[in-house]
Design a protein around this ligand. Structure first.
Ligand SMILES: CCC/C=C/C=C/C(=O)SCCNC(=O)CCNC(=O)[C@H](O)C(C)(C)COP(=O)(O)OP(=O)(O)OC[C@H]1O[C@@H](n2cnc3c(N)ncnc32)[C@H](O)[C@@H]1OP(=O)(O)O
Length: 315
């Protein structure tokens, strides 16, 4: 495209846009790690906004290695339902407080629910167990249902329920000291809250997934990277959180219509045929292509502006 054509298009686009006096401005970055403890109303999560449009959810039971107790399974659902509806949030980071990401299921707090389920007979016991498992599955499905992209930043151990959690996230990063373990067979369980369903879609090798799930062996950062479980490995937690925040800021600067539509369609196409995915996409964009964000973004591109200089309405 010639400079003249670009200028003409730029004028056309500009005249088609509503007038916005204010440009997007990043707010000063606040600390990523919270040593202050969980934020009300949560007892296991610390939620903060380290930068504009970025929400940081930190698993916060460091003394118990962020083991997942009863409160955690409930609070994650409440937290991500709020985030889904929060128009000031465009991207979510999830990390762990203390020495490790998570030691998985809290074996002390949860033993009763799993080992002594309530019910007057086997049918009622079975029905209650089903309800329990479906409820716990929702704890991680909410990450996938959340229209905002979720970036997991893992350091230290990521065990059992931790793998269920991160496989429901959109992007996974880790530190060089991170390790991952599909631990459930070691405690007599077939992993039942997402790993067996999502890990095969994350890692290309079915053989590797089977090996990890059947042997519960640890997988370290380099193998996590080469297998595709994580997309980037950082030397330490500080570098990872800085990298995660940069990535989140890049995502948050782009049109939320485009970003959320991309997440939703990627997940849809993962679970459907190409033809079904294309149909869904066409139906999606019947309405979403009418957004003013397309013209704003195209204009910014032609003017060689960073997306960070473009103001998009909340979604
Ligand atoms: C329907 C349910 C669906 C969900 C299923 C999910 C299943 C799973 O997640 S299976 C995996 C369960 N987790 C484990 O088996 C890990 C157990 N923990 C460990 O092996 C070690 O703690 C670890 C290797 C992670 C770290 O060892 P380290 O020596 O560094 O620390 P510790 O002294 O052992 O732990 C420090 C305190 O944290 C408590 N803790 C650790 N893990 C758990 C846990 N999973 N549940 C409850 N509490 C845990 C540990 O007891 C220590 O507490 P304290 O004694 O009060 O200091």
């Amino acid at each position: 495209m010639s400079a003249g054509q670009r200028a003409m298009l730029s004028v056309l686009f500009r005249s088609a846009l509503p007038k916005y006096g204010r440009m997007w401005r990043p707010v000063p970055v606040r600390t990523m790690s919270s040593s202050d403890g969980p934020t009300a109303p949560f007892t296991t999560l610390a939620v903060s906004q380290p930068a504009e449009s970025v929400t940081h959810v930190q698993l916060h039971r460091p003394a118990k290695l962020n083991a997942m107790n009863k409160a955690f399974w409930r609070e994650m659902v409440e937290c991500f339902q709020q985030i889904s509806d929060d128009q000031t949030c465009r991207v979510v980071l999830i990390s762990g407080a203390g020495s490790t990401f998570t030691a998985g299921l809290d074996l002390m707090d949860m033993a009763g629910d799993i080992l002594q389920p309530e019910g007057d007979d086997s049918a009622r016991i079975a029905w209650n167990v089903r309800k329990l498992i479906k409820r716990y599955q929702e704890t991680f499905s909410v990450l996938e249902k959340c229209p905002k992209p979720v970036v997991a930043a893992v350091h230290g151990a990521c065990i059992g329920g931790g793998v269920d959690l991160i496989t429901a996230c959109d992007i996974r990063l880790c530190t060089q000291d991170a390790w991952f373990q599909v631990k459930e067979v070691d405690i007599g369980l077939a992993a039942d809250v997402g790993t067996l369903q999502r890990l095969p879609k994350v890692i290309g090798s079915r053989s590797l997934v089977n090996e990890l799930a059947l042997t519960a062996r640890k997988m370290y950062a380099d193998e996590a990277k080469s297998s595709g479980l994580v997309s980037r490995v950082f030397p330490d937690q500080e570098a990872m959180m800085a990298g995660a925040l940069d990535m989140a800021a890049e995502i948050a600067a782009r049109s939320p219509v485009a970003v959320q539509g991309t997440k939703i369609n990627l997940i849809y196409s993962r679970d459907h045929s190409v033809a079904e995915g294309l149909d869904y996409m066409a139906a999606w964009n019947m309405s979403m292509l009418q957004t003013q964000d397309v013209m704003k973004s195209a204009q910014a591109t032609m003017e060689k502006k960073s997306p960070k200089e473009t103001l998009f309405s909340k979604l």
